[in-house]
Design a protein around this ligand. Structure first.
Ligand code: HEC
Length: 116
């Protein structure tokens, strides 16, 4: 096989893979490291808060189980323990997050749990 042919087919299969991934929303396995860009662009208000609101505050709301995760302070001051709970899939109890949601939380914590 000529090198150029090989390159072409490699590029073609890469595009097929990417296209297929988007089409079927195939999730990357969690072990695979998210890209640096993905991590650096995770924001509290755009990504983390909606995940927490949809999956956690029914149990971790005002007067609920500790920690209270309804505010930025509540989430950021428990960032490391939240990361540990979701990465190990102990939380959310009785439900599960997608790999992308877990990676978003994990990245946001690693980037300093900022109010961004
Ligand atoms: C169905 C109820 C329920 C949901 C939903 C839930 N939790 Fe919990 N969570 C609990 C209970 C009960 C505890 C305390 C007992 C335990 O650790 O199992 C707890 C404990 C915790 C703790 C403290 C663990 C420790 O080491 O003390 C953290 C952090 C946490 N949850 C984070 C989350 C996050 C983040 C979510 C959403 C992704 C979530 N939980 C969703 C019920 C829930």
């Amino acid at each position: 096989m000529k090198l150029s042919t090989f390159k072409k087919s490699a590029i073609t299969s890469m595009f097929c893979f990417l296209f297929f991934s988007c089409l079927t929303n195939v999730e990357e396995p969690f072990e695979e490291n998210p890209t640096e860009d993905f991590c650096k662009t995770r924001s509290f208000s755009l990504h983390v808060k909606p995940i927490i609101d949809n999956n956690c505050i029914q149990c971790h709301g005002q007067g609920g189980n500790s920690p209270n995760l309804t505010t930025f302070n509540g989430v950021s001051s428990n960032a490391n323990s939240i990361k540990a709970e979701v990465v190990s899939r102990r939380m959310p109890q009785g439900n599960s997050l997608t790999n992308e949601e877990i990676q978003a939380i994990s990245c946001w914590v690693d980037e300093g749990a900022l109010n961004n």
